[in-house]
Write a protein that binds this ligand. Structure first.
Ligand SMILES: [Zn+2]
Length: 407
């Protein structure tokens, strides 16, 4: 880098013209100039996915250098600024943070040690809620590509979390990029998808893939502890969905807190593709480890044609991957009501599908988790290879368009 360019970069960094994605720029020195030449200023970063742009900068600074001298900066930056009232004058902490961001951007990418998923510590046993909290917190702290957000609270007061993984981005940038959502534990006694998610998010964090995946590993923590598919009050959480993001009741029943958490996550980050992982319990044909898929052809009235097509395509890709990996697959043969979760999201313009791994004696949790990992990988590949199609569909989606989230 030429000295004059570097000086310009330093000037820009100190005067508040920095862009986003500081960590994504750590791999090459020239990337620092690209980063700082961006048009997005601090004011534009207050509407955020990774809480605040300064949080991203602080994390990047502390992780890039390995000398965690900016604890105070992190602490300060955790307070979300009120939009529109930020002072143009930078505080000393902000100056130090921005300078640290620049220095971090000029260093080679550090090798990062990410925490071990609970599964690898005790295979065949699901992670406890305490282990989940610790693991997600450690993952967030270890990687600037990870940000954990509490999106709601269960009926019995347990936190429901979203884990955003990808290059650090503002909320607006997440919405404008390739973003998907993957859910686990919607039914509390269906564990395989949840365990697969814990591992998949770590691998995604460790890589350089540019798409954002919003993971909701445990949608129903109360049901997980019972354990039961239902919420603590006995309501089935994925049978009560309406057609749009605005409606909060179905057939006169108010959205439950767990549903509200999912709804808020969709409204906040506008996923362009959704995978809801499930399991099924011991019907007659579940004795040989058969992985079932959403039929993809059962669509409520009003589902856009492009959404039907995309949902069918991602299902086909996941099914092919499962078959190639040696798993036996079949079509889900249960009823699919119009107010089922994935049905409602499809009707609102978001390609949404589910998988069902088999809970039976011959298919232990390890096999079921492996099935879910296989289909998750295929889901991400589809997402990456069909970014333009998904962007086009998202532009027309009504589920979240025009609705303002409260998180
Ligand atoms: Zn289920």
């Amino acid at each position: 880098m030429k000295r004059t360019t570097l000086a310009l970069a330093v000037l820009l960094a100190l005067t508040g013209c920095g862009g986003e994605d500081p960590v994504g720029a750590t791999s090459t020195p020239n990337a620092a100039v690209v980063m700082l030449a961006g048009t997005a200023g601090p004011a534009g970063d207050t509407d955020i996915g990774w809480t605040t742009a300064d949080t991203v900068a602080a994390k990047a600074t502390s992780k890039a250098g390995g000398t965690n001298t900016d604890t105070a900066a992190i602490s300060v930056s955790r307070a979300v600024p009120t939009p529109g009232v930020q002072s143009l004058a930078l505080t000393q902490v902000e100056r130090v943070t921005r300078l640290g961001r620049l220095i971090g951007a000029l260093r080679p990418a550090p090798s990062r040690t990410l925490p071990t998923p609970p599964w690898d510590l005790h295979p065949n046993t699901p992670a406890t809620l305490a282990e989940e909290a610790t693991y997600l917190s450690e993952l967030d702290a270890a990687s600037p590509r990870v940000h954990v957000v509490t999106i709601g609270t269960s009926a019995l007061g347990r936190p429901i979390r979203a884990v955003l993984v990808g290059p650090p981005r503002t909320r607006d940038k997440i919405r404008a990029t390739n973003v998907a959502m993957v859910m686990g534990g919607h039914h509390g006694d269906e564990w395989a998808g949840r365990e697969a998610i814990f591992s998949h998010m770590r691998d995604h964090a460790a890589g350089n893939d540019t798409e954002t995946i919003v993971y909701l590993p445990t949608v129903n923590p109360d049901g997980f502890l019972i354990p039961d598919r239902r919420l603590a009050n006995g309501i089935d959480p994925n049978r009560l969905w309406n057609s749009t993001g605005a409606n909060q009741t179905t057939n006169g029943t108010a959205y439950q807190p767990e549903q509200q958490a999912v709804r808020q996550a969709i409204l906040a980050w506008h996923p362009r593709l959704i995978l809801d992982t499930h399991e099924y319990g011991a019907p007659a044909d579940s004795t040989s480890g058969i992985l079932r898929f959403d039929p993809g052809t059962v669509n409520p009235t009003g589902t856009p044609a492009g959404v039907v097509s995309a949902a069918g395509a991602v299902l086909a890709a996941m099914k092919t991957a499962a078959t190639d990996a040696g798993h036996t697959t079949a079509r889900y043969n249960g009823s699919i009501p119009d107010d089922g979760a994935t049905q409602a999201w499809k009707r609102g313009g978001i390609p949404s599908v589910f998988t069902e791994s088999p809970q039976d004696a011959s298919a232990g949790l390890a096999l079921r988790r492996a099935q879910q990992l296989t289909t998750l990988a295929a889901f991400q590949t589809y997402m990456r290879d069909n970014a333009a199609t998904l962007a086009s569909l998202a532009a027309a989606a009504t589920w979240y368009s025009g609705y303002t989230p409260t998180i």
